[in-house]
Design a protein around this ligand. Structure first.
Ligand code: NAG
Ligand code: NAG
Ligand code: NAG
Ligand code: NAG
Ligand code: NAG
Length: 601
């Protein structure tokens, strides 16, 4: 009996210890004593839909500039992990990678609100956890796709003190929105400008939240600058075709229609290039005609115009927080669900790709202790937001989080430069949609695994497609991702920017591939510390360490390669190749590394 007790006490200690090892760092990076206020802060999250970081949209939002960028920290290397609304939002609100939510599409059977519910997340997601932590929670705007005027009550969305959702099939109809408040019936707002309707609801919730005198979380999720969309019924199921959806440029409020009439999409080197690039269907795209480019430029201007009503919301929310005298205890987050491309790589307007335009997205944070007017280059993703919000709420982080809280003070941001992970796990399943007026509308087999890896002296995007194709872009020398190094000879050397270190692509690629092998099925700490999975000894912390030649055999010969046996529309494990990860151990060291064995023991 005694020994049993002793054993369980020991186990308990071990578990607690392991738990604090895992999360101590993450907790500390937020609570380092520099936060001026020990009261649970309020959090306002302004979330746009399909807003790019790479086509300069933030430069056209004067209030975002004045109130957020100048007064907060902009995370220039913030990424979504799935460049599609619903999977990205479920990733964000659960803190779990898409392969762990298995909400990978906008519609059933692989995604949408019904899949979110059937996976059990309606009872286990951020608003519920925030309520448990003592918060009042409010949400207005678009939540998920396939959350409709017919299924909104089966079941109702859980976790909000007050909610007023934009519902399908009218989510992207700028002049015919349907909103659904708390447990009431949907209300059509035909003829009203959707973002202005949203604004009124947001201000109302802010007033309610302040009156309740509890810490609050308020999400304001506009559908701007998403394209204007009309859905056919066939969209909401497993049988959609290109006839199921009709897209047109976003619609702006009357008062913004005249703006930016000389503005065009930035003519970056990857804009409608003379040579096709990429792999799979992207490599087949024709160069766009002048008529197509003119249409896309107007589409771009319409996006900037549609964002103006969001910019006004930012101004009004800040003004109200000031008026209520709570701005100094409120964090404001500004982001988008995923990015957007128009014309880069000859693509029609849309997302769903792994290019920077699609995955690198705005994240601006301001609030108590957050450095003002700063830019941070630490690597962060949407998987990190739920842990970040919970940390701010002083709540326990969940052991099944796949992300890590984002540091928000000068000292923790500084420390993170050396200690934070260097990767983003990018995933995608299913189709890509061309949203403009030109070219083919739907591309299937857009299923791939991607890896963004940014460290000292390197900056890569590596991907493996269900077609068996691969990409490697070196963004240090090729920031516009025009040269696929994978398609060059693998015996060519790659030279790192900082250290003059040079390795062959045949050494580099297997390391990147092995990292995806870990990330594609990772959970919790494995997702933030994938090198540890490959090297349980803890001696390998980044790509530089992994490139040591004593691991050549381990990576280049022993480890299996990421592959697919078939292109699926969702996460079908059997079609996703090997997932058994070989872990490096002493026995794996060849004769080459012999003299350095001592380092490992
Ligand atoms: C607007 O939406 C309502 C349903 O909410 C629908 O009955 C009506 O026909 C729509 N109007 C237009 C112009 O599409
Ligand atoms: C799928 O849609 C097509 C037309 O768009 C229709 O002919 C077919 O019967 C549908 N299949 C199913 C299983 O609903
Ligand atoms: C663009 O706007 C400017 C002033 O804002 C105006 O003078 C000009 O006529 C407009 N051009 C077009 C094509 O509407
Ligand atoms: C998608 O890939 C599958 C094989 O996985 C193939 O049978 C099918 O023809 C491809 N579809 C297109 C549109 O390329
Ligand atoms: C993900 O969901 C789909 C649709 O329900 C299912 O077929 C698939 O097996 C699931 N994948 C995993 C890995 O659980």
């Amino acid at each position: 009996m005694l020994s049993l007790l002793l054993v369980s006490a020991l186990c308990l200690a071990a578990i607690t210890d392991a738990g604090s090892n895992v999360y101590k760092d993450d907790q500390l990076i937020l609570q380092d004593g520099t936060q001026p206020n020990s009261k649970q802060p309020n959090i306002v999250f302004i979330l746009t839909d399909d807003q790019d970081a790479r086509m300069d949209s933030l430069s056209y939002m004067p209030y975002v500039q004045k109130h957020l960028i100048d007064k907060g920290t902009q995370f220039r290397r913030h990424y979504c992990t799935v460049a599609l609304c619903c999977p990205s939002r479920v990733n964000l609100w659960t803190g779990k990678a898409a392969h762990n939510t298995n909400v990978t599409d906008v519609n059933p059977p692989y995604g949408g609100y019904p899949k979110f519910v059937s996976q059990g997340f309606n009872d286990a997601w951020l608003p519920v956890w925030l309520q448990d932590a003592g918060y009042n929670t409010y949400y207005t705007g678009k939540l998920f796709n396939a959350h409709t005027i017919t299924n909104y009550d089966s079941p109702f969305v859980a976790g909000f003190t007050g909610s007023d959702f934009l519902l399908d099939p009218h989510t992207y109809e700028y002049l015919n929105a349907s909103f659904q408040r708390n447990h009431e019936k949907p209300v059509s707002h035909e003829g009203e400008y959707a973002t202005d309707v949203l604004a009124k609801k947001a201000y109302g919730f802010l007033d309610d939240a302040v009156a309740a005198d509890k810490p609050f979380f308020l999400a304001i999720a506009s559908s701007a600058p998403h394209s204007n969309v009309k859905f056919a019924d066939s969209w909401f199921g497993n049988n959609l075709t290109e006839h199921s959806i009709e897209t047109s440029p976003p619609v702006s409020a009357e008062r913004h229609k005249h703006l930016f009439n000389d503005t065009v999409i930035p003519r970056t080197p990857n804009f409608n290039p003379d040579k096709a690039s990429g792999v799979s269907w992207i490599s087949q795209l024709p160069k766009q005609t002048q008529e197509n480019v003119d249409f896309n430029d107007e589409f771009y201007r319409d996006r900037l115009r549609a964002l103006q009503a969001v910019d006004e919301i930012v101004h009004e929310v800040i003004t109200k927080l000031e008026k209520y005298n709570i701005l100094d205890n409120t964090y404001i987050f500004y982001s988008s669900d995923n990015g957007y491309h128009i014309g880069q790589h000859r693509l029609q307007p849309g997302k769903e790709c792994g290019y920077e335009e699609d995955i690198n997205i705005p994240l601006i944070v301001c609030g108590p202790g957050v450095p003002q007017g700063e830019v941070s280059d630490i690597v962060t993703s949407h998987t990190d937001l739920a842990p970040t919000f919970l940390s701010l709420a002083r709540a326990e982080l969940r052991p099944d989080f796949d992300g890590a809280a984002i540091p928000l003070t000068a000292s923790t941001l500084d420390a993170a430069k050396d200690t934070r992970h260097e990767h983003v796990n990018v995933e995608y399943w299913g189709f890509a949609l061309a949203e403009g007026n030109f070219g083919t509308k739907m591309y299937w087999n857009n299923t791939y695994k991607g890896l963004r890896l940014i460290g000292n002296g390197y900056n890569f995007y590596y991907s493996v497609w269900c077609s068996g194709e691969h990409e490697l872009y070196d963004l240090t020398n090729d920031p516009y991702e025009l040269t696929n190094l994978y398609a060059t000879s693998h015996s060519l050397p790659y030279t790192f920017a900082d250290q003059q270190k040079s390795v062959k692509l045949s050494s580099l690629l297997p390391r990147l591939d092995s990292l995806i092998l870990v990330l594609k099925t990772c959970s919790s700490r494995e997702c933030t510390h994938p090198w540890e999975v490959l090297h349980p000894s803890g001696h390998v912390k980044d790509l530089h360490d992994a490139l040591d030649s004593r691991y050549d055999d381990f990576y280049e010969v022993q480890q299996e390669r990421v592959s697919f046996s078939k292109c699926e529309k969702g996460y079908i494990l059997e079609s996703e190749g090997p997932s058994d990860i070989k872990r490096f151990s002493l026995e794996d060291i060849g004769t080459r590394g012999g003299s350095r064995w001592s380092e490992l023991v």
